[in-house]
Design a protein around this ligand. Structure first.
Ligand SMILES: [Zn+2]
Length: 129
């Protein structure tokens, strides 16, 4: 399979890189001391401040990617959502056990922007390794 060796090498490089990306993206690899993480999530309709029932989102720390994307709660929202990855990772790097924040949806609803507000309150625990 001489003629394929170049392709196979490229494939191997691709796999190595993909594996590296996969492992780099694991939350546990970036914050090895992180043991538990959960979010209390609350969505509010934009402009009205109407709070909706919240929910708790547990993060599977052992397997979760280091990405925190919370879907928008709006039923008529398109392309929306909340990317709180940067803020959360900064807090976890600082070993914060409690942190919270808000994020405004960047999606569209009808002819305007969605602007629903996500409020989150996170609780994390850290081990010693
Ligand atoms: Zn939205």
């Amino acid at each position: 399979m001489f003629q394929n060796s170049k392709a196979r090498a490229a494939a191997a490089r691709y796999n190595d890189r993909k594996e590296a990306e996969d492992s780099a993206d694991r939350l546990k690899d970036i914050i090895p001391t992180l043991e538990t993480l959960k979010f209390q999530i609350q969505h509010e309709a934009g402009g009205y401040g109407v709070a909706e029932p919240g929910y708790v989102r547990h993060v599977m720390v052992a397997t979760a990617p280091a990405l925190f994307l919370i879907p928008c709660g709006g039923s008529n929202c398109t392309n929306g959502g909340h990317d709180i990855t940067l803020v959360v990772m900064r807090a976890l790097h600082a070993a914060s056990t409690k942190f919270d924040g808000t994020d405004i949806c960047y999606g569209e609803a009808g002819t305007g922007s969605c602007e629903r507000v996500l409020s989150y309150s996170a609780t994390a625990s850290f081990g010693s390794d």
